[in-house]
Design a protein. Structure first.
Length: 283
């Protein structure tokens, strides 16, 4: 099968973007000639109209096709009038430029990629930046993935990591995240691509056979958390899935870190890759 190449960006935060990095990223992403560009949320800093316009203009310069999902910063965020807009029409600015905020997908004989909106305009907790996933969303994503071609990779994209990254620079605390991660593991999802943390990572979910990998990408903003501006290159062949975090250094992107996991994960026992076998949740 022809190798598959994906680019995963997130947390560009236009209005607070790293200008040199986002410019260099356009050139590097075109040079990679990806099959699909994935933007995993937080396109803007405060959800302002001019920030959305800048995000749209930048994404329009990248190769097609692309999949986009919103993040917690992609609703109006600053000032009394903006808060009112957030409460009345939180996703209008996003949807006018990038389409529905809910599930969208990309189908190919090599992979099916489905987005899931883990951001919320408001919640019954003080910190609205944290994520949430409903059981209905999980059911819809799993239904979409059942239509994947035989042997195709199954990929879910959302902004917030569904379970916490140990030692990470911040938390996501996703309501329903553990249940979602468990359900996706039992559904045979290969990769769950996220942002939010502003640091790249790869680790397996501790559910089912331990073969579902959480993959986080870094930021292309000035809001660095111990890691230079970066994005992920994901390359898949018949043997391996390779994730390379490319970090901005002075004028160009160089390899920051690389992970490799088997394309066909076949653990010898229930604890392979740190997995713990658990009963499926009812969703």
């Amino acid at each position: 099968m022809t190798p598959l190449k994906l680019v995963q960006v997130s947390d560009i935060h236009f209005g607070g973007e790293h200008k040199a990095a986002v410019e260099a990223a356009v050139e590097r992403i075109h040079a990679e000639r990806p099959d699909l560009v994935i933007a995993a949320g937080d396109l803007t800093k405060d959800g302002k109209i001019e920030e959305f316009d800048a995000a749209q203009a930048w994404l329009d310069r990248l190769p097609r096709p692309r999949l986009v999902t919103p993040g917690n910063h992609d609703t109006p965020f600053a000032g009394p009038r903006e808060i009112l807009t957030r409460l009345v029409a939180p996703w209008r600015r996003y949807e006018r430029r990038f389409g529905e905020r809910m599930n969208s997908d990309w189908d190919d004989p090599r992979a099916t990629v489905v987005t899931l909106n883990s951001a919320r305009a408001f919640q019954l907790r003080l910190n609205w930046s944290k994520g949430a996933v409903s059981r209905r969303q999980v059911r819809e994503v799993c239904a979409d993935l059942r239509g994947a071609a035989p042997g195709a990779l199954k990929i879910v994209v959302c902004h917030h990591p569904l379970i916490e990254m140990i030692g990470g620079p911040m938390t996501a605390r996703v309501h329903g995240g553990t249940a979602a991660a468990q359900a996706f593991s039992h559904a045979g999802v290969d990769l769950v691509l996220t942002g939010h943390i502003h640091a790249p990572f790869v680790h397996p979910y501790p559910f089912s056979d331990g073969c579902t990998q959480a993959v986080g990408s870094g930021t292309l903003s000035v809001r660095e958390r111990g890691v230079p501006p970066s994005f992920n290159l994901i390359e898949v062949d018949d043997v391996d899935i390779r994730v390379t975090a490319l970090a901005f250094e002075r004028t160009r992107f160089t390899t920051f870190r690389t992970w490799s996991v088997p394309r066909r994960c076949a653990p010898e026992g229930p604890n392979e890759n740190g997995a713990t076998e658990v009963a499926p949740l009812r969703i």
